[in-house]
Design a protein around this ligand. Sequence first.
Ligand SMILES: Nc1ncnc2c1ncn2[C@@H]1O[C@H](COP(=O)(O)OP(=O)(O)O)[C@@H](O)[C@H]1O
Ligand SMILES: [Mg+2]
Length: 402
Amino acid sequence: MKTVGILGGGQLGLMLANSIYTCGADVIVYDPDPSAPLCRHAAKAYNGSWTDYALIEEFVRAADIVTYEFENVECAPLRPLAQISPIYPGLDLLAITQNRISEKRFLKENRLPHVRFATVEDIHELEETTKTFPLPFVIKTARGGYDGKGQYLVRSKQELAETITNLKELVKDDQPFSAILEEFITVSDEVSCIVARELNGKISTFPVFENHHRNHILDKTIVPAGVPVAVRNKVKEIAEEAALALDVQGLLTTEFFLSRLSDQEKKQEVSGTVCGDYLIYINEFAPRPHNSGHITRNACHMSQFDALARILLEIPLTDLSCNSKNTHCMINILGDSYKNDSPADLDMSFLADHANVAEVVLYGKLSARPGRKMGHLVAWGEDRESAIQNAQSFKDSLDQLN
Ligand SMILES: Nc1ncnc2c1ncn2[C@@H]1O[C@H](COP(=O)(O)OP(=O)(O)O)[C@@H](O)[C@H]1O
Ligand SMILES: [Mg+2]
């Protein structure tokens, strides 16, 4: 029996592990937190820090194949370990995608569509670089951000002065600081696309998902995405091109921004890819299963987790397309839905009244801080509006009762 090692024991790791079990393999996990969802279920959990390389090596030696479900593990110390057990989807692409500067440079070098950007590699460069970059823009720290953390929107000279003061306060002189400045665009739609690439190079792609954020955190995902088919096809094509250029062996999620081409933009050079009235930009990559991909468990012939499990265990992939003509809608259940930080089980006594809820998944986290992802639900409908309404009405009942 093969053993897959997963770096990271969050909900993505938990759902991936379930898929690995159904392929007849075993799972071990590495995560500093013994109460992380997967640590409480896996055959063995290694609970060291992300810099305990001796323990990480022991973990890698105990696994036949290793993958990661989050991106903030340092690449360089993992390189020699990849000689012991292969680490998928790869370390070169992890190095590129875990740093916004190298990610944007990769997009530029590979002529993949991206918003205009500038890089800052020292806190003292910040003032100079921001002086000449057209407003409005976002400053994003190069490493470690997620759910909008480490991002500063700058719309005016005054906001810029305030942000610089705050950042200088936050980053003391001797501390390393690197960030990108990104043109702040008027986003009309956000979509994501997950490409699955097998070890033999064969590419299969999930349908394009439409995503809606609230407070920078993913709130809803809808499939099929409510944008023209031509735009969806172009998004898929770009996502596949990126997966090939990154030489992914596993899953690559690409998050996209879409905006509408203005009359003025139709006449001038633009930084995104034009498709009809739409402009397409890659926002960022995640070389792993993705929150938006939870919807594949119900909406597609195969889930993102089953797809990755099969790739790791070298079982060929089959159809990843939508499994019906229905629309599906996923809503995240955050800590905000719980009355207090230490969650009792959610009251779902009304679930029988919601026949179109396909599933409710709870991750078993022991503490329910606001903004923390605790679970999700997926509902379906015969069209987009009813799918959204069915998901939202269950979520509303959940919030009323709990
Ligand atoms: N350049 C931008 N222009 C417009 N909106 C943006 C821009 N960058 C980020 N956003 C908004 O902030 C959200 C989070 O940004 P993102 O770069 O995806 O960081 P995270 O790592 O937190 O997901 C995006 O999904 C989008 O809604
Ligand atoms: Mg994002």
